[in-house]
Design a protein around this ligand. Structure first.
Ligand code: NDP
Length: 485
């Protein structure tokens, strides 16, 4: 009989935590408990990837209807019904949460709807008052969106809030230039919201291939997003009567968000509705809503981690080794709470590697190399490996790149361009990076990612016959480098 209540206790019922709990229980026959303070499914299922992707789909229909007329259809689109869509989206999220709960139950994992705090490196205390001991504790508590340190920042929403809005704003200012800022700028623009975006840097999507960033930024602007680079928010407050001068009453919808209301109750203002914002460019403007997409931070506050001997890093992340083990040997951590590569499939792989290492006697370091990913902007961006800039710093490269108007949208009269790009090592001929900006680039990069991960050379790509007529055939038909160096 074990001296502990459980072999493994998992804190967090998101994708990573649930996978680790299930696999440890089913494949390694471990006795597993899991605590989740919020909804099962975590960021990805409840307030991230899944509802976001549903919103991406919703936002793309307006263009489809417009293009259909050039394909001979007589279609007319009416207004977008947010309440109808939100109800359907919530039903789907409820269904998925149910799936997560039953997956755990069927695997024999005991779940607790409670917040867990570490008492020591083998003990957690739940918000229900129970104390539980475990041989191993896995922290998979995820992260949360950050607001900038700015007076009245509570008047703005963050990505968690967007799925709960009572109604869509007529106008929104999105602050930030990363994944979430760019994706929601495109989504809301597609749903008919007037979108302004402030990004403090010179070009959105810092860290990605520059040519791809340039094309996405151009496409976002040509679709109507009012993007201001080199611009940040410096002041904000509830708009007053004089701020509204020049704005027709009908231009301002009064849909207050929970955060706005909270801020108002706490003295942050005396009315719901429009927000006055001053930009670092000196301009002041009134928006129905402000959304901060200014980064995320690990959920480690108030969890008793440091007291239990778990070292935290500068951003509050659990510092772990390549096996996801923290400085307290019985405590491991996976997913966003470790701030390594904050993507759902990575958290899942970290969870599987943890189970292999700890419960199957097969030490498995997590492989963070060559992870394909997609940013669901319009057009989408699929990417794997090094950007041209990063590769050129490392070694001599050849760059193969093509940009063109794809058949489907060109026929419909659109000017949209797509881009396919390969970065190739001159010495080994290996494809070091593949970057695709195109509709469904996320689907394409998943497949290209296999070849790149396998170490395919440019000549391997060349040997592969094109699939005609497709956009992606260009990835195997680029014969001459556009640049070398
Ligand atoms: P990012 O780190 O990608 O972007 C944060 C943005 O906010 C950056 O543009 C940053 O500017 C800016 N910023 C940060 N602090 C401030 C500030 N104080 N004032 C003004 N601007 C500020 O974070 P996200 O929240 O967009 O996404 C978090 C993570 O979630 C991503 O890194 C990704 O791993 C994951 N994610 C993945 C998605 C996908 O796979 N499709 C979708 C959504 C999220 P600067 O560039 O100057 O630092």
């Amino acid at each position: 009989m074990s001296e502990f209540d459980y072999d493994l206790f998992v804190i967090g019922g998101g994708s990573g935590g649930v996978r680790a709990a299930r696999v440890a229980a089913m494949d390694a026959e471990a006795k597993v408990g899991l605590a989740e303070a919020d909804r099962y499914g975590g960021t990805c299922v409840i307030r991230g990837c899944v509802p976001k992707k549903l919103m991406v789909f919703a936002s793309e229909y307006a263009e489809v209807v417009e293009d259909a007329s050039n394909y001979g259809w007589s279609l007319q689109h009416g207004p977008f019904d947010w309440e109808n869509f939100r109800a359907r989206m919530n039903t789907e999220l409820d269904r998925l949460e149910g799936v997560y709960r039953s997956l755990l139950k069927n695997a024999g994992v005991t779940s607790y709807d409670a917040r867990a705090v570490l008492k020591d490196a083998h003990t957690v205390e739940l918000s229900t008052g129970e104390t539980i001991t475990a041989k191993h504790i896995l922290v998979a508590a995820g992260g949360h969106p950050l607001r900038p340190d700015l007076p009245n920042a509570d008047l703005g929403i963050v990505s968690d809030d967007i799925f709960h809005l009572e109604k869509l704003p007529r106008s929104i200012l999105i602050v930030g230039g990363g994944y979430i800022a760019c994706e929601f700028a495109c989504i809301l623009n597609g749903l008919g919201v007037e979108v302004t975006q402030y990004y403090r840097g010179a070009q959105v999507l810092r860290g990605f291939d520059e040519e791809a960033r340039g094309l996405i930024s151009e496409a976002m602007q040509s679709r109507g997003i009012d993007l201001h680079t080199g611009t940040d928010i410096v002041e904000m407050r509830c708009a007053e009567e004089e701020d509204l001068t020049g704005h027709r009453e009908s231009d301002i919808s009064m849909g207050a968000t929970t955060h706005q209301l909270e801020a108002l109750r706490n003295g942050g203002g005396d009315r719901d509705g429009p927000i006055w914002v001053k930009g670092s460019n000196g301009n002041s403007r009134v928006f129905d809503m402000v959304m901060f997409a200014t980064g995320r931070a690990p959920n480690t506050g108030g969890m008793g981690l440091e007291e239990a001997g778990v070292r935290l890093g500068r951003k509050g992340e659990v510092v772990v080794d390549k096996y996801s083990q923290s400085s307290a040997p019985s405590v491991y951590a996976i997913g966003d709470v470790t701030d390594r590569v904050n993507l759902t499939p990575v958290a899942i792989r970290e969870g599987m590697a943890f189970v292999e290492t700890v419960f199957k006697g097969n030490p498995t370091p997590v492989d963070h190399d060559l992870i394909p990913s997609a940013i669901f902007t319009q057009p989408e961006f699929g990417t794997v490996g090094l950007s041209e800039e990063a590769a050129a710093e490392q070694e001599a490269i050849e760059v193969y790149c093509t940009s063109f108007r794809p058949m489907q949208t060109a026929f419909a009269g659109r000017q949209d361009r797509v881009m396919m790009k390969l970065i190739v090592s001159q010495e080994t001929r290996r494809v070091l990076g593949c970057h695709i900006v195109a509709p469904n680039a996320g689907e394409m990069i998943q497949l290209a990612g296999i070849a790149v991960k396998m170490g395919a050379t440019k000549e391997d790509f060349d040997r592969t016959c094109a699939v005609h007529p497709t956009m992606s055939e260009e990835i195997v038909t680029m014969r001459k480098p556009v640049r070398t160096g």
